[in-house]
Design a protein around this ligand. Structure first.
Ligand code: E4P
Length: 218
């Protein structure tokens, strides 16, 4: 399972890449608006220069022709860009055309197995089921990830299952257990994954014992 960061913040991405565990990025219009940008293209190119992994960049159009026009532009901004297209009827039409043109697509805002199967049949490189948003309305987001993984394996679909809308480290564990190919998470969740009080206490105790012993490092 690979880890992507779900952010448009270049400092967070640079840190994740430096840790050696982040191999891609997902953004969306809300995340971009959080950091603000004068030029969408410049921000995306900056992000794509920090990681060599896939960077999902969303179209901001509702109809297929608008999505196609933006997607074709976005795909030229960097070689590691994947265009994010919503799992709507218009999005499906755009995805089918884009994949035939060799432009990689991440079908986003996926909330059902049906949508995921259609994304795979349209040739999407990734499908992004939103776990947290399903949990928010009393549904079981991880059960959907599990279902999609099973069905994709059964039919050998090549579309990667990218668990999105991750809210806490338990979501990450669960996604790993059910076989998600990628989990995209906020920077905060990555930091939470690293942290364990016993590790911190252990490091402190080892250092204290060493210093008190008067031992010499050489
Ligand atoms: C995925 O690619 C989306 O950007 C993201 O995971 C949405 O998560 P949210 O529900 O926390 O906004």
């Amino acid at each position: 399972m690979r880890i992507f960061l779900d952010t448009a913040n270049v400092d967070e991405i640079a840190h994740g890449v430096k840790l050696g565990v982040v191999s891609g990025v997902t953004t969306n219009p809300s995340l971009v608006s959080k950091v603000g940008c004068q030029s969408y293209q410049e921000l995306v190119q900056k992000i794509c220069s920090i990681t060599s992994g896939d960077v999902s960049v969303e179209v901001i159009e509702e109809d297929a022709s608008g999505m196609l026009a933006q997607a074709r532009q976005i795909s030229k901004w960097a070689s590691n860009v994947v265009v994010k297209v919503p799992a709507t009827e218009e999005g499906l039409e755009a995805t089918s055309i884009l994949t035939r043109e060799g432009i990689r697509v991440n079908m986003t805002l996926c909330f059902s197995l049906n949508q995921a199967v259609l994304a795979a049949l349209a040739g999407a490189s990734y499908v992004s089921p939103f776990v947290g948003r399903l949990d928010d309305i009393g549904e079981d987001g991880m059960a959907l990830i599990e279902d999609i993984v099973k069905v994709f394996n059964r039919y050998s679909y090549e579309t990667r299952v990218l668990a999105a809308s991750i809210r806490h480290p338990n979501h990450v564990l669960h996604a790993a257990r059910v076989g998600a190919h990628v989990v995209t998470m906020p920077y905060k969740v990555l930091k939470q994954m690293i942290k364990h009080p016993l590790t911190d206490n252990g490091v402190e105790r080892f250092l204290t014992d060493w210093r008190q012993s008067g031992s010499v490092f050489s």
